[in-house]
Design a protein around this ligand. Sequence first.
Ligand code: DHE
Length: 545
Amino acid sequence: MKSKTWLLLAFWLACLTVTWAQTPGPPAAVPDLTPDEQQKVSHMYFDRCAGCHGVLRKGATGPPLTLDKTVPYGTQVLKKFISDGTEGGMPGFGKEGTLSEGEIDLLARFLQKEPPAPPEMTMEKMKASWKVTVPPEKRPKEPMHKRNWQNFMGVVLRDVGKVAIIDGDTKELVNIIPTGYAVHILRPSATGRYFYSIGRDGKITLIDLWMNPPQMVAEVKACYDARSVESSKYKGKLGNFLDKYIIVGGYWPPMLAILDGQTLEPMRLMSTSGYTCDTGDYVREARVASIVASHHDPMWVVNVKETGHIWLVDYADIKNLKISVIDAERFLHDGGWESTKRYFLVAANMRNKVAVVDTVLKKLVALVEVGNKPHPGRGANLVHEKYGPLWCTGHLGDNTLAFIGTDPVKHKQYAWKMVATAQMPGDAGGNLFVKTHPKSRWLIADRPLAPDPAMYDKVYVFDKKTLQFVKALQVPAKYKGKAVHVEYNKDGNEIWVAVWGNTTKASTAMLIYDENLNLVKELNADWMVTPTGHFNVYNSVHDIY
Ligand code: DHE
């Protein structure tokens, strides 16, 4: 980790310790934490729990962990939850060997004490972390290599905080770029020339794919905890915004940051704390979940998880931002476009609903009841003989896929209704992502959060024509990881599946299947450590899924 990052982390931990010292004493039955334990467990909670339960523990994808709940449970019950996980998709951190018995005990005790207050981010702090290593004028005017960069696959190497760029044509490693801690996703710029990575620590890295080899050209830390980044994709009557801006969504602080797309210079910050769309309660920790760029307007669709609001942010004039705030449903998480890219569908996962927004009329069209805890990633689009165009989501909490009609003109009777479901074998859920490509016969679903290893070491193939399960593609026994995230190559005739294990070479790989579902390539070199999300440049630019 770089020294500035350490400084910020140290600052935060100091804040945690001070705040902790100021909070009222713990209930008598809960043993105190030493300052060392406090420091260690704060990191652990941030790494493993805050994503679902919130830094302030008010709950979202996971239930609230407020003291009125955790203190009555007591240490033993909390330890069992943390160790074994739940059917609802919480991983068994003990069972899987992610946390030791001592660490689980520490977490269980931490949860019975007031959460420490996390630090705020300011423009000054952000600018202090901003670094341009190759300014735009010194970058190449055309690709400096002969590779088919539009078919590059950017692969998140999660636990080592790096991104691998793989040539999708030759399957060669092109370069490995150090990025933020536990990188979450990559998104390309509108032309595809750049990749932006966002780490869980809020660090954004700008990677220039035209350099030989591709290099990091700028970085900045926009917040302390983040999951989403998106570029500006509009070019038309209102201007040319290709590669001009990016937007970053903060989990902590809950905020939006608009940055220069070429240099990452911070330009505009906005808090997303606010009032819930239904009860009108104030939520400080109203986190930004998925962000998607429109192709038809200078607009980002921003999903604010805890308030249940969808913000349509018009970036044509960022000094005078126009934002339409749409009441949708709590707790918004991930989503994507239907095939025309006019309607955006997003999972309100704790309410078992998918919210549909018309980005032209700027209003909510429907809340579609689906299965238990929908979790689509970007979802998957297909055309069915009877129902017309459909969008699909899988579920964390059950073993079904839900298909929603998306054509309100020619297939009006099916539009914005769940018209069909499909089933994965076995009872448990655990699906995180579904994916397809217009040229493929298949729709593929992973299942990394299934409690049973015999379920999470496969991806599940469905026939787009019949919507039926066809077969499971088994990860070869020599790898010990979970099959997670699926991406197609540019031509849509290869299916790339990451095997996400621990940091030993033996457990992880990238598997590539052809359209006949044959395993045609295994990428398992020393550098292929904990691959998770992988993003094809062309498909990600054009939102092909
Ligand atoms: Fe993700 C997308 C949040 C756990 C891998 N993840 C997203 C998005 C959000 C999110 C808000 C949508 C970004 C967008 O489209 O702009 N993810 C969270 C969490 O809060 C959660 C549940 C818990 C946490 O603490 O982070 C979580 N996610 C995970 C994982 O455990 C995964 C499998 C591995 C990891 O990195 O930790 C993981 N998330 C991904 C991937 C995507 C993603 C690969 C992009 C999917 C796509 O195809 O676009």
